[in-house]
Design a protein around this ligand. Structure first.
Ligand code: NAP
Length: 312
């Protein structure tokens, strides 16, 4: 029987015990800081943000499974044992929830819902025409990976003019592809609505900054659903207050939970949600881990393995 250690805050770990027991009865599940277990007995770890330096203390660790699609919380450990494969969570339901979040906020902006909310609050019957047709509204998606591609396809199917930016060139029907740092300015110049779906890596940290906002068209709208570390929050507020950007929807923040004192909470042009765009479903994730451990133990290769040098 193989041993999996859940390295999660204790209240989180409790949530995962039943799904693992039900979907993976062949695995012995232990909880870090709750169960006494010798480090050499641990075969696999399931985690999101492990304490720095912990993973390297398990001498027989065969693989680490990330609870989330993003692995920045694991790779931020400077002592992460690089020879141990790190598998991220790739799940259709999770990708669909992320795409739903993006479509929701694109439509809220495109259909001027905040204007109509204000009119309702004032009991005003304020009819207004939509400013543009969807074909004339250019959406730019930073990151055309699992989630970015699905989001691009859904928005394309709603007739928006969609482009994506990635490290390598993509061929997605009806979606314009921009690749690499050299093509970023041209991509930004044509993005009326910018959606960030990048992984957080040394290359992408702080990418949503004053220099980038200045390259977006007047009245552009920004959606950050990737990681708080992508956004320089003060630069966003300055770009909104100057009137260059028209609004933003943010699901992720530099500090989470978002501190009470943060000006983002009450900014009239910002919508805040508490990192809920998509949440890994415990049974699906437990099944995902159990299937991969079974395959790996049979000598098959692991999939969705992260490249630690690239950071995603
Ligand atoms: P993914 O499949 O790994 O896709 C990442 C995309 O970003 C790829 O297209 C990649 O380009 C591109 N990219 C990476 N570094 C780049 C760079 N330096 N320059 C240009 N493009 C770059 O990731 P995913 O599964 O779509 O997930 C994206 C992120 O969403 C996750 O990392 C996570 O942070 C976030 N997320 C948030 C929530 C939430 O609840 N808010 C939930 C799940 C995920 P190539 O294709 O050329 O490699």
């Amino acid at each position: 029987m193989k041993t999996v250690l859940l390295v999660l805050p204790l209240d989180w770990a409790e949530v995962w015990l039943v799904p693992f027991a039900e979907t993976a009865p062949d695995l012995r599940i232990h909880v870090h800081e709750r169960d006494a277990i010798a480090h050499h007995e641990i075969d696999y770890v399931f985690t999101f943000r492990p304490p720095h330096g912990l993973l390297k203390t398990f001498p027989n660790l065969k693989a680490v499974f990330s609870l989330g699609a993003g692995v920045d919380g694991v790779l931020s450990d400077p002592e992460y044992p690089r020879h141990v494969p790190l598998v991220r969570f790739v799940d259709e339901t999770l990708s669909r929830e992320m795409a739903q979040y993006c479509v929701l906020h694109v439509l809220m902006h495109y259909r001027m819902q905040r204007t109509f909310d204000a009119a309702q609050a004032a009991r005003e019957w304020r009819q207004a025409l939509l400013p543009k047709r969807p074909q004339e509204t250019r959406i730019g998606i930073l990151g055309l990976g699992e989630i970015g591609t699905l989001t691009a396809e859904w928005l394309r199917d709603m007739d928006f003019a969609v482009a994506g930016w990635s490290r390598t060139r993509k061929h997605v029907r009806g979606v314009e592809s921009f690749a690499g740092a050299g093509e970023l300015p041209a991509f930004l110049h044509r993005s009326d609505i910018l959606i960030c779906l990048l992984p957080l890596t040394p290359d992408t940290r702080g990418i949503l900054n004053a220099k980038l906002f200045a390259q977006l068209p007047q009245d552009a709208f920004v959606i950050n659903v990737a990681r708080g570390g992508h956004l320089v929050e003060a630069d966003l507020i300055a770009a909104l207050d100057s009137g260059h950007l028209s609004g933003a929807a943010l699901d992720v923040f530099h500090t989470e939970p978002l501190p009470q004192a943060s000006p983002l909470w009450s900014h009239p042009k910002i919508t805040v949600t508490p990192h809920i765009a998509a949440i890994s479903e415990p049974c699906a994730a437990a099944r995902y881990v159990a299937e991969r451990i079974a395959r790996f133990e049979r000598g098959e290769k692991l999939d969705n393995v992260v490249d630690p040098a690239r950071g995603y």
